[in-house]
Structure formats: structure tokens, C-alpha cells
Ligand binder design. Structure first.
Ligand code: S3P
Length: 450
């Protein structure tokens, strides 16, 4: 048996790493469980009646922070064999946590948990690392305030902050002003403990795991879609959720690093098994196919209500493309690694609609552009665009500042596998927030990381 551990990321000692060019990458791997589904399985398990059993839970820092938070709120969370078991107290009950909830680097865990506790009449304090403490929380706190939630924060809706739900919270109808699954999910989760109907109106569809999983746990939830694609998602509060067995598929965002590595390292041929292929998450795959990538999906099947499959990747000659703004929600976490792929493509790749990248673990738009320029890649950073002019072989040779961002670190290590000169990153500790197996798995395919 094991329990969730506390998050890393606070004042840690940086661990730099260098990725050197290799001849080819080959082999078959499985990537760990999807982060979005992992967080949600713990959150829903904590308020469901009975024991939720999770197979394939992502055991990375971000998800362990959510597990620790659910324990602090009164749920029992433990690992038995390969499964994680979550026992809620039943009837949707949660307890006032005895200490602040430390979410480390985890934006999704903290924002979804703010929603989950928003309908409870007790104070909950949220803390996190420097990156999380700089990220805007108003986007979830503003709609939650409409339910009666009180918020105390030292500095403009940034962590550390304390929320306190109203004794009689009010159900709301909220039109999400930015394309954000976290905002949508926070409001829906708040609705679980608010009598009446809580509705989210989503003009631009984002990942739909919360809706799907709420239905799976027996919530009274309805989704309708207007002709123009606007979705209306309504959940009835204070109805019983029932514990479920959840199997978490492989994370497509984590798989994207091996995919791009396989495309840009000459002679590569590799396979990634059991990858989640939910269409709200596969924008990168569509884009790479347009660029001429040799990607083959086999063994397509359903698992736990989600599409999954195996992806075979072979080295490919890529061509620059225009990536439309409306694709951003389905690949929002994949732009840094797409920018790396674009560095090796013929011609220009223009990525549009990137405003949300500015409020990720770092300003991902600026930091990606800086990393590309430092490694001799010709690119232009616009307010919400990134244009990359690639060549058959990017130069490399620089050390990239990762700014507490796991995906920046992994993306530039991938660049080093195919560049003329090695690429270094100043810190790899944050990779543990989402993908602790990244270095050993990439080494098993032939990467040179030291
Ligand atoms: C996530 C939503 C996205 C994404 C994040 C995971 C989720 O964030 O970037 O990594 O699980 O709901 P936004 O809601 O801010 O777009």
C-alpha cells in the first residue's frame, strides 16, 4: 500500500540535462496515464458513494497533489497493487481540510479543486510553487463568486488564496469567456453540491472529460449543442454519484514528445501503445498529418468510453502548414513540441490563436520562441501567433531556460535528438509533474540524454 506524496517544485535544486543527436529511434513504448482523466477520477471518486478503483492513474507530481488534496478533504486515497482506490465519505460529503492544499505546479488540479469545494461552507486554502502562484485564478474564481463563494487572496486572485463556500450556494448559468476546460470543469464540479441546475455555456468546445466522466459516475448531466456548435452543459446538484472502476488511457500530450522525436530523427520507426484518441485532444496529430507525417493508427478501440489506439511513427519529411486558431483547444499543450517539429520542416509553419499559451506553466509562447532562436531556428513571435521557418536540420547548441515548465523541457530535449549540435535544458525536475518516465522511455528508444 502507498499514499500520495507531497509535490516537488518548491525551491528545488535544478537538474540540467543535455540531449545529443542520435542515429535513429526505434522500439515500442507505452506512455503513462492521461493527466486530465487522472485528476478527474480522483476528484469524482472523492465525492462519489463507494470505492472508486483507478487503473493506470498517472503517478506524477501534479496528480499526486490532487490525491493529497482529496485526502485532506476527507477521502481515503491509497494504492493497492497497481490500482489506486478512492473512498469518499458518501453523500458528497467533504471535510474542512486541516492544512492548506499544496498543489505544487498543478494548474488543473488546483482550479478543478477550487470548483469542487466551492459549494461547501468551510474555508480551504490553496498554495503552490512559484509558477502556479503567478497564474491567474480569477478565471475560475469569478464564476464561483456568483454562487456566493468568498475569496481572500493577497494579490489579485493569485495563490496563496483561501475560498469559503456560501451556506446556501446559488446555482449559476455561466458562459465561458475563454476556451478553457478548467473553467468549464470548475463550474460543473461546483454545481455538484449546489441545489438546482448549474449550466455552463461553451461557445468553443474544449476537452470533454469532465462531462463524460460525470455521466459515467451517474450524475444527472445533459449536453446539448446549438447549430453553431455552442454547447450547453447542465448538471443537477446534490444528486448521488456512484463510485466507478476507471481505466486511464495513455496521455496523448505525453505521447507527442516521442511522436515528434520519431518524425525528426532520421531512420526512426517507433510505436506508442494505448494512446487516448479523444477528438478534443488530437489536434497535434491532425496537424502533423497535414505536414506530411507518417503516422499510422492501429488497434483502434474503446476503453472506458474513450477512443484509444496505437500510433506508429516513422521519420518523415515535413512541410510547413498554417495551423488555424480554432484548432488550438484540441492541442493547447502541444505547441512547444509542434514548434520543434516545425523547426525541421520545409517552409513556414504559422500557429494562430495562441493567447492562452501566455498563462500556462510559463509564458509558453515567449519561452518557446526564445528557445528556438537560441538554437538557431528562424521564428517570429506575435501577440498570439508563432511563425517558425524550418530547415532540414535545426542548429541546436544552446541551453534553454525552462521556467518551471515541464513541456518546455521535454520539447527542447526532443529537439536535441535531431539537431546538428546537442541541446541542453537548465532543469528537468519539473518533468516529474507530468511524465516521470520521459527520460528512461526516450533512452529505451535510443535517445542520448545525459
Ligand atoms: C486541462 C485543460 C487545459 C490544459 C491543461 C489540462 C484540463 O487548460 O492546458 O493542461 O485537464 O482541463 P485550460 O483549461 O487552461 O485551457
Amino acid at each position: 500500500m502507498a499514499s500520495p506524496s507531497a509535490p516537488h517544485g518548491h525551491d528545488h535544486t535544478p537538474e540540467p540535462l543535455t540531449s545529443s543527436p542520435v542515429q535513429n529511434l526505434s522500439g515500442t513504448i507505452s506512455v503513462p496515464g492521461d493527466k486530465s482523466i487522472s485528476h478527474r477520477s480522483l476528484l469524482l471518486g472523492a465525492v462519489a458513494d463507494g470505492q472508486t478503483r483507478i487503473s493506470g492513474l498517472l503517478e506524477a507530481d501534479d496528480v499526486m497533489a490532487t490525491a493529497g488534496a482529496m485526502q485532506a478533504l476527507g477521502a481515503k486515497v491509497e494504492k493497492q497493487g497497481s490500482q489506486w482506490l478512492v473512498d469518499g465519505m458518501g453523500n458528497g460529503a467533504l471535510l474542512e481540510p486541516p492544512q492548506p492544499l499544496d498543489f505544487g505546479n498543478a494548474g488543473t488540479g488546483s482550479r478543478l479543486a477550487m470548483g469542487l469545494v466551492a459549494g461547501y461552507d468551510f474555508p480551504v486554502t490553496f498554495v503552490g510553487d512559484a509558477s502556479l502562484s503567478s497564474r491567474p485564478m480569477g478565471r475560475v474564481l469569478n464564476p464561483l463568486r456568483e454562487t456566493g463563494l468568498q475569496v481572500e487572496s493577497a494579490e489579485g486572485d493569485r495563490l496563496p488564496l483561501t475560498v469559503h463556500g456560501a451556506p446556501l450556494p446559488v446555482p449559476i448559468t455561466y458562459r465561458v469567456p475563454v476556451a478553457s476546460a478548467q473553467v468549464k470543469s470548475a463550474v460543473l464540479l461546483a454545481g455538484l453540491n449546489i441545489a438546482g441546475t448549474t449550466t455552463v455555456i461553451e461557445p468553443v468546445m474544449t476537452r470533454d472529460h469532465t462531462e463524460k466522466m460525470l455521466a459515467g459516475f451517474g450524475a444527472n448531466i445533459t449536453v446539448t449543442t446549438d447549430q453553431d456548435g455552442t454547447r450547453h452543459i447542465s448538471v443537477e446538484g446534490q444528486t448521488k454519484l456512484t463510485a466507478q472502476d476507471v481505466t486511464v488511457p495513455g496521455d496523448p500530450s505525453s505521447s507527442s514528445f516521442a511522436i515528434v522525436a520519431g518524425l525528426i530523427v532520421p531512420g526512426s520507426d517507433l510505436t506508442i501503445k494505448n494512446v487516448l484518441l479523444n477528438p478534443t485532444r488530437t489536434g497535434l496529430f491532425d496537424t502533423l498529418l497535414e505536414m506530411g507525417a507518417d503516422l499510422e493508427i492501429s488497434n483502434r478501440r474503446q476503453s472506458g468510453g474513450e477512443d484509444i489506439g496505437d500510433i506508429r511513427v516513422r521519420h518523415s519529411k515535413l512541410t510547413g502548414v498554417d495551423v488555424p486558431a480554432d484548432r488550438a483547444p484540441s492541442m493547447i499543450d502541444e505547441y512547444p513540441v509542434l514548434a520543434v517539429a516545425a523547426s525541421f520542416a520545409d517552409g513556414e509553419t504559422v500557429m494562430r490563436g495562441l493567447e492562452e499559451l501566455r498563462v500556462k506553466e510559463c509564458d509558453r509562447l515567449a519561452v518557446t520562441a526564445q528557445g528556438l532562436l537560441a538554437n538557431g531556428v528562424d521564428c517570429t513571435e506575435g501577440e498570439d501567433t508563432l511563425s517558425v521557418r524550418g530547415s532540414a536540420r535545426a542548429l541546436g547548441g544552446a541551453t534553454v531556460e525552462t521556467q518551471l515548465d515541464h513541456r518546455i523541457a521535454m520539447s527542447f530535449l526532443v529537439m536535441g535528438m535531431a539537431a546538428e549540435k546537442p541541446v541542453s535544458v537548465d532543469d528537468t525536475v519539473m518533468i516529474n509533474t507530468s511524465f516521470r518516465e520521459f527520460v528512461p522511455l526516450m533512452k529505451s528508444l535510443g535517445a542520448s540524454l545525459s
